[in-house]
Ligand binder design. Structure first.
Ligand code: 0PR
Length: 368
C-alpha cells in the first residue's frame, strides 16, 4: 500500500493508461462476452452499492433478482421454477452439482456423466465437490452420444449433464434423449445453457433444451454472455424451487437467517443490468439480436467456404468453426482454436456484419 495517497487526476491518468492497453472489442472474435447494452450500463450504475448477500437491506434489488429469475423461468417453460443470480456459468455449474450431490448423500464415491464438450468449469466443480467426472465421447456431429452416456451410468451416478450451446462448437446435445435416460435412472439432469440459454429460445426452430422437456432438473444461463448485461451475471434455475433449501446454512447476523448461495457478498448491479436489457428489448428485440448473430454466422461460414476453408461443424448457435491452417489468420483479429485445432469464431452482437465482411476480406487476401 502507498504511504501517502495519490492525487486523483494523476491516479486516473495511471488507470487510463492501463485501460488503454486492453483490447477493444472491434477485433475480438473469440469471446463469449460482448459490449454490454447501454441500458445494462445505466442500470448497473444505479445499483452499484447494492449487495444481494444481505437482501434484507436491499429489498428492491432482491425483487429485481426474483423478477429476473421469473423471466427466465417463463422463457424456459416453467413459470414456477426457482433460482438465483450467480457470478456466471462456473458458479451455476458448481451449485447445480452441489444440489445433485446432497440429494444422494448415500453415495460414497459419487460420479457425474458429462459430454466430452463440457466446459472446464465442470472439472473445477468435480475437484471441489469430490466427484468423479466421466466424459462421454461426442458423435461425428459434435453432440453427446446418448447411448454411450447411458452405458456409463451406475449406482453411484448422481448427475447427468447436457450442454445447450457448447463452448467450442456451438452444438446442442440431444437433450430429449438424455432426459429419457435421466428419468429411467431417476437422475438429476443439469443443462449447461450458459451460452445457449439466451440464444436457443429466440431461434426459428429451437431444439428442445429447457424445462419443457420432462426430466430436466436445472438450467444454467448467463446474461453476461448473449444477454448483453454487465459482468458478472449468471443464473441457476431449478424446476423445483424448493430444491435449494437443501443447501441452506445458517447466517445468524444477517437480515436473513439462511442462505444457499455459494458467494456471500453478491453484486446487485449486473442483476439490474440483466433485467434492464431483457425488459428493454423484450422477446421481439432479443429475437432480432439473435437472428442478426445467426445470419452473420451463416454469412461467415459461406464466405470462408468460398475460399476452400470448410466448416468443422454446422452449429446450432452462433459459434462458427473451420478446418483452417493457423497461418491463414493474420492481422489484428483475435480468434481462438479448439482442442481439435479448428479455427473458432463466436459471432457475438459486437461482431456485426461489417466486421464479418472485413474478416472475410482479410482471409481472402491471405488466401490469394
Ligand atoms: N458453460 C459454458 C457452456 C461456457 O461456454 C462457459 C464459458 C461457462 C460455462 C463458464 O462461464 P463463466 O466463464 O461465466 O463462469 N465460456 C467461455 C469460455 O470459457 C467464457 C469466455 C468468455 C471465454 C469470454 C473467453 C472470453 O473472452 O470460452
Amino acid at each position: 500500500m502507498l504511504n501517502k495517497g495519490r492525487l486523483e487526476e494523476e491516479l486516473f491518468t495511471f488507470l487510463a493508461e492501463k485501460r488503454s492497453r486492453d483490447l477493444e472489442y472491434d477485433y475480438i472474435l473469440s469471446s463469449m462476452c460482448t459490449i454490454p447494452h447501454s441500458v445494462a450500463v445505466r442500470a448497473h450504475c444505479m445499483f452499484m452499492e447494492t449487495n444481494l448477500g444481505d437482501p434484507g437491506l436491499f429489498p428492491g434489488t432482491l425483487s429485481l433478482e426474483q423478477l429476473l429469475i421469473s423471466r427466465f423461468a417463463t422463457l424456459f417453460h416453467c413459470p414456477q421454477a426457482g433460482g438465483y443470480a450467480t457470478s456466471g456459468g462456473t458458479e451455476s455449474n458448481i451449485q447445480a452439482l452441489r444440489l445433485a450431490k446432497v440429494h444422494r448423500s448415500d453415495c460414497v464415491l459419487p460420479n457425474i456423466i458429462v459430454p466430452d464438450s463440457a466446459h472446464f468449469s465442470f472439472k473445477k466443480a468435480c475437484d471441489i465437490l469430490g466427484l468423479e467426472m466421466r466424459r462421454v465421447p461426442l458423435k461425428k456431429d459434435f453432440r453427446m452420444d446418448a447411448d454411450l452416456a447411458a452405458e456409463q451410468i451406475d449406482k453411484n451416478t448422481v448427475a447427468l449433464v447436457g450442454v445447450a450451446g457448447t463452448t467450442e462448437y456451438g452444438m446442442v446435445d440431444p437433450i430429449a434423449d438424455l432426459a429419457k435416460i435421466a428419468c429411467q435412472h431417476d437422475l438429476f439432469f443439469h443443462i449447461d445453457a450458459a451460452f445457449g440459454g439466451m440464444v436457443i429460445p429466440f431461434l426459428e426452430n429451437p431444439p428442445p433444451f429447457d424445462f419443457a422437456v420432462p426430466g430436466v432438473t436445472s438450467i444454467a444461463v448467463d446474461p453476461h454472455k448473449m444477454g448483453m448485461s454487465t459482468i458478472p451475471c449468471g443464473c441457476l434455475l431449478t424446476r423445483d424451487p424448493d430444491l435449494f433449501s437443501s443447501l441452506n446454512i445458517e447466517t445468524p447476523y444477517l437480515t436473513v437467517k439462511k442462505e444457499f448461495t455459494l458467494a456471500g457478498t453478491r453484486p446487485g448491479a449486473p442483476v439490474a443490468g440483466a433485467l434492464a436489457v431483457m425488459d428493454y428489448l423484450g422477446f421481439d428485440g432479443m429475437t432480432a439480436v439473435v437472428s442478426g448473430c445467426m445470419k452473420n454466422t451463416g454469412r461467415l461460414i459461406a464466405g470462408m467456404e468460398t475460399f476452400g476453408i470448410p466448416r468443422a461443424a454446422t452449429p446450432d448457435v452462433n459459434v462458427a468453426t473451420f478446418i483452417c491452417d493457423k497461418s491463414r489468420v493474420q492481422g489484428p483479429w483475435k480468434v481462438s482454436w479448439t482442442c481439435k485445432k479448428h479455427l473458432r469464431i463466436v459471432c457475438m452482437p459486437h461482431v456485426h456484419g461489417g466486421r464479418i465482411e472485413a474478416f472475410i476480406k482479410d482471409i481472402g487476401e491471405i488466401h490469394a
